[in-house]
Design a protein around this ligand. Structure first.
Ligand code: HEC
Ligand code: HEC
Ligand code: HEC
Length: 282
């Protein structure tokens, strides 16, 4: 009875331990802690977390700049200020307190004040690791939450039906219209394919109206919705109005649209939207 209980306990433990080990190299993109919001717009006017990072990083770098210059007064000053700014940072986000190692910071400052390059080099390793660990775990989360505007708030007016749609819904519509072009072509129904192409081009180019919701310069429109894509649309139009459409040319242009129009935009813009969507689900 007893041993079987212990065995089953052990078994349960193993079940928990095995996945933990398997996951050691997985990257988890958890939403950042709530309390970090205090240090970013809109809650705070200034991006205070980033400012604190620069302060800390400036003090740390200051030790090494002054070491090279043998400017011992300023080296000592930066060493002390580093401990201070590191401690300040450790108190800003309670959920992140564990990432900091105040002892290592103090030991680094003490080593710095010996003005011995070798000792300083050795002591910085332990502090540096605390920076690196937190950056590896949290940078993408923080960029996704505080630097990436949300596509989910963007609406776009469909030029065909003149209806306003959420961006994601519009994507579904766009994708369906694209298929109308390719499926009909495969079936040899070139008239239908051509009709779908007109709607598809107009829906695709309408995406241009969304860029300025996030971008302030027009030069970004050289990508995804630019000249290459416009030429691919012309190429498709040419095949579909030809006496005898050339499948090679048709599919080549479909490929350009799919890669340079859809895929390249997804690679830059959609990953973040996907992470945000997951966080919003909860
Ligand atoms: C508890 C987590 C954490 C620790 C510890 C930490 N950082 Fe950071 N750091 C961040 C996050 C999160 C960002 C990304 C901020 C952003 O882009 O909004 C960042 C960004 C930075 C940046 C870039 C700022 C910018 O302008 O994009 C620098 C420089 C930096 N950290 C230096 C350091 C140094 C040096 C240390 C160690 C002495 C350190 N950080 C320790 C979380 C941490
Ligand atoms: C402006 C950049 C951009 C371009 C160009 C673009 N997409 Fe998207 N697409 C996105 C983003 C961002 C999302 C995620 C939207 C969301 O999460 O609501 C998305 C989502 C999608 C989805 C999933 C829709 C859903 O239900 O969430 C499909 C399907 C799709 N795109 C197809 C396409 C096709 C096909 C093309 C080319 C004809 C294309 N997209 C061009 C940015 C783009
Ligand atoms: C929801 C906001 C949003 C929309 C809408 C959007 N983008 Fe972006 N895009 C970004 C962000 C954020 C970045 C990353 C760096 C930055 O801010 O420029 C980026 C990066 C880019 C880049 C890489 C070069 C760069 O400036 O960093 C290009 C090119 C680009 N976008 C083109 C477009 C085009 C073309 C459209 C419209 C069809 C578009 N974007 C629509 C948010 C958006």
């Amino acid at each position: 009875m007893r041993t079987s209980l212990i065995n089953s306990l052990l078994f349960t433990l193993m079940l928990f331990l095995i996945p933990l080990q398997l996951q050691a190299k997985d990257m988890v993109v958890k939403a950042p802690p709530e309390s970090l919001g205090k240090y970013y717009p809109p809650e705070s006017k200034e991006p205070k977390w980033i400012q604190q990072m620069h302060k800390m990083s400036g003090n740390l770098g200051g030790v090494f700049v002054n070491l090279r210059e043998k400017d011992w007064d300023n080296l000592d000053k930066n060493a002390d200020q580093f401990v201070e700014s590191y401690k300040e940072a450790s108190e800003m986000v309670p959920e992140w307190e564990e990432y900091f190692d105040l002892k290592a910071a103090k030991e680094f400052a003490a080593a710095a004040k010996t003005h011995d390059g070798e000792k300083i080099g050795k002591a910085v390793g332990a502090v540096g690791k605390t920076c690196g660990k937190c950056h590896a775990d949290n940078s993408i989360s923080v960029w996704t939450r505080f630097h990436w505007p949300s596509f989910h708030k963007i609406k776009i007016t469909d030029p065909i039906e003149e209806k306003e749609l959420d961006f994601g819904k519009y994507m579904g519509l766009l994708s369906g219209t694209f298929k109308g072009v390719t499926v009909n072509f495969k079936e040899g129904q070139y008239d239908r394919s051509q009709k779908a192409l007109r709607a598809f081009k107009s829906r695709f180019m309408e995406l241009k109206s969304t860029c300025s919701k996030c971008h302030t310069t027009d030069d970004v429109k050289l990508f995804y919705v630019g000249e290459n894509v416009a030429q691919a649309f012309d190429g498709l139009q040419k095949e579909l109005t030809a006496e005898k459409p050339n499948p090679g040319n048709f599919w080549k242009n479909v490929g350009i649209l799919g890669k340079q129009g859809c895929k390249n935009c997804h690679l830059t813009h959609r990953s973040y939207a996907m992470i945000q969507e997951r966080w919003e689900e909860k």
